[in-house]
Design a protein around this ligand. Sequence first.
Ligand code: UD1
Ligand code: CA
Length: 473
Amino acid sequence: MIDARLAAVVVLAAGEGTRMKSTRTPKVLHELLGRTLLGHVVAANRSLQPDHLVVVVGHAREQVTAHLAEIDPAATAVVQEQQNGTGHAVRVALEGLGELEGTVVVVPGDAPLLRAETLRLLVDEHHARGAATTLLSAHLDDPTGYGRIVRDAAGGVVAIVEHKDADAQVLALTEVNAGVYAFDAAHLRDALEGLTTDNAQGEEYLTDVIALHRAAGLPVAAHVAADAVETNGINDRVQLSQARRLLRDRVVEQHQRAGVTVVDPETTWIDVQVAIEADAELRPGCQLHGLTTVAAGAVVGPDTTLLDTEVGEDATVLKAHCVGAVIGPRANVGPYTYLRPGTVLGRGSKAGGFVEIKASTIGEGSKVPHLSYVGDAVIGERSNVGAATVVVNYDGRAKHRTTIGDDVRIGSDTMLVAPVTVGDGAYTAAGSVITDDVPAGALGVGRARQRNIEGWVARRRGDGGHHHQEKQS
Ligand code: UD1
Ligand code: CA
């Protein structure tokens, strides 16, 4: 009787990934839509709730291990000192786990399109068949490079033969091994002990477990992937961008089916963790990254990038770049607006064209409509900040805070030299440099008084008063 528990998932990620041609980033740490290759694989497998999730690391092990600790602290990294093959890698992983019972799933670390649902089907089929091993296979038009699935006359899986070890007859087979398996732990352990390096690559092939099981009279099953792209492994940056496009289409479609309008799927890039409510609309050219959320009725885009940003109900965000911002319900942002971390826009507020805001709260109904910088400030409700206002928050050494009350009118081109407070209902005169607090209800004027110098232009020319226009003609 085979134990149906999922004892462990083993992710193979010790290989170098030479075809990425990277001296900085190990293959499995390359990113697509908010997760690394490894991050996608780990997340899909974590959803199976295994007792252990082990990642076999080798090349760039410090970087990969540190990343794993960040994305899945409950997972463990096991070091495979030398990459002696996939069978050897699994043996190393199991050695660290003691006497396992139940099912062990093995997956490659570079298959980011593999879905949790497919893994679940594989494991379910494995349990239903009572198999020693159930492998995931796929039919490919071009099976070059993959291990081929060899079946007997009755359709039973007999062996996996690696491309490099295959003869012409086997090379003609188009059913390939995805490198994803569900094993019975005890039978796997037994078979791993019987692996040899007697093959074209001189490695311990995990794939030889199949033939060993067959020889021992154990049942082997195959689950054919409904969508062959799920089994795609990423080896170079061309495949990385192909996978990113496929994942983009999948994510966009999920949101569309859940009620989100996506005007132009091909130019809309949504990270996998982004949450969007039904009846939100994404216009062309949007990139939604990280933990961004978009509420119902909001319109985002065109040409907008949001990272870790919250967009409230019925807000509009047009041609903006926002990082770590909270955009309240019915707020208006854009065009050409840069919202930086710690920006909180209240309900119905506005951050307009060529406005940059950092670490500031803009109260309900308040507006910063044009050409302004606001940093380290709190603005109350229903206040207006005139065009070209700058909150002068930095004295070259430290940042200082600015407080603006409710119903304030900041005149155009005001410099608010922090720390400074403008009380409720106060005004500042256009062009003022405000260095002292402005009490509630007061007008703060901080500018030189204008004087007109009569006849100055003519005197400068020394022409005794001939009109400018006459001189030119
Ligand atoms: C493997 C399979 C092949 C299958 C293909 C699917 C074997 C022998 N062959 O071939 O049948 O069609 O995957 O993509 O298993 N790794 C380690 N340690 C090692 C060797 C590899 O951790 O010693 C890791 C690699 O980093 C990689 C994965 O195992 O993530 C697969 O290894 P790779 O060498 O790419 O196997 P393939 O030749 O692609
Ligand atoms: Ca290989």
